[in-house]
Design a protein around this ligand. Sequence first.
Ligand SMILES: Nc1ncnc2c1ncn2[C@@H]1O[C@H](COP(=O)(O)OP(=O)(O)O)[C@@H](O)[C@H]1O
Ligand SMILES: [Mg+2]
Length: 303
Amino acid sequence: METIEVKNLVKVFNGVRAVDDISFDVSEGEIFGLLGPNGAGKTTTTLILATLLKPTSGEARVAGYDVAKEPAKVRRHIGVVFQETTLDLDLTARENLDFHARLYGLSKLERERRIREALELVDLHDKADVVVKKFSGGMKRKLEIARGLIHFPAVLFLDEPTTGLDAHTRRRIWKYILDAKGDTTVVLTTHYIEEAEKLCDRVAVMNRGRIIALDKPGNLIKAVGRDVIILEGENLEKLAEKIDFRFALEGDKMRIYVERGDEILPEIIELSSSVGTKIRSAIIRRPSLEDVFIQLTVRPVRQ
Ligand SMILES: Nc1ncnc2c1ncn2[C@@H]1O[C@H](COP(=O)(O)OP(=O)(O)O)[C@@H](O)[C@H]1O
Ligand SMILES: [Mg+2]
């Protein structure tokens, strides 16, 4: 049995299909990413799986329980960290965690032990008795992750855990997420490609409520081709009409997906000058997950 099973899940808000018939499974101990631009349906999916929103149709099971029919059982097995902070700023870090642990009915002794472990995991043990008001944005996020882990959930949902944080703090939080991994299955939403690439065992790329690709980050990258040629210049649309490679054009920037960039580039430069496209710069590099994402989500892509 998979830890999470999602089948034909749909959520409609006033006629808008925020989640539009998605299906996927997540195995125990996996870090599964939902990657996509704002409005893709990531948060809605997460809220449904965390039993905080009812699906319009379709089914989802988390830790063996149906999210719509057995929400209380699901809740006992999950931890959630959402974008908006729900910490009580007037309480200390320890008090915030203790309040949360009480909700899960942990004994006093158990609470003390788990609070200590959770604070150690995110490196906040020496700030246990500081009022959260005095915490930086990064510290609050870490405390929320600690809180999400306090009852050793089978599944942890993290909705954009590092949005708005600086690069250094983001990296540190990645480390805590990787450290928490093991018995805990993690579902993480993000619009940072790098985050998905670094943390996730598999990534579902979402756009307009749909899953448009689902694989290991490495496989998604491989599917794009060996090289990406990135051109900047003028009248690129004229070149776009003529080339036979897969490409994505965004204003004065064009990505061309090829097997051998070094062999193809001279050909492309020559073609450019013959059609009246002015190239300002050309770079060949290995594709990143961002290239995959752009190829999948930005029009026009011609096969
Ligand atoms: N409570 C709601 N009422 C109406 N529309 C909503 C609501 N929540 C989300 N939406 C819409 O559903 C779509 C998906 O939103 P969301 O799941 O928040 O995307 P993401 O988390 O990927 O940015 C968006 O078009 C959004 O405007
Ligand atoms: Mg969101």
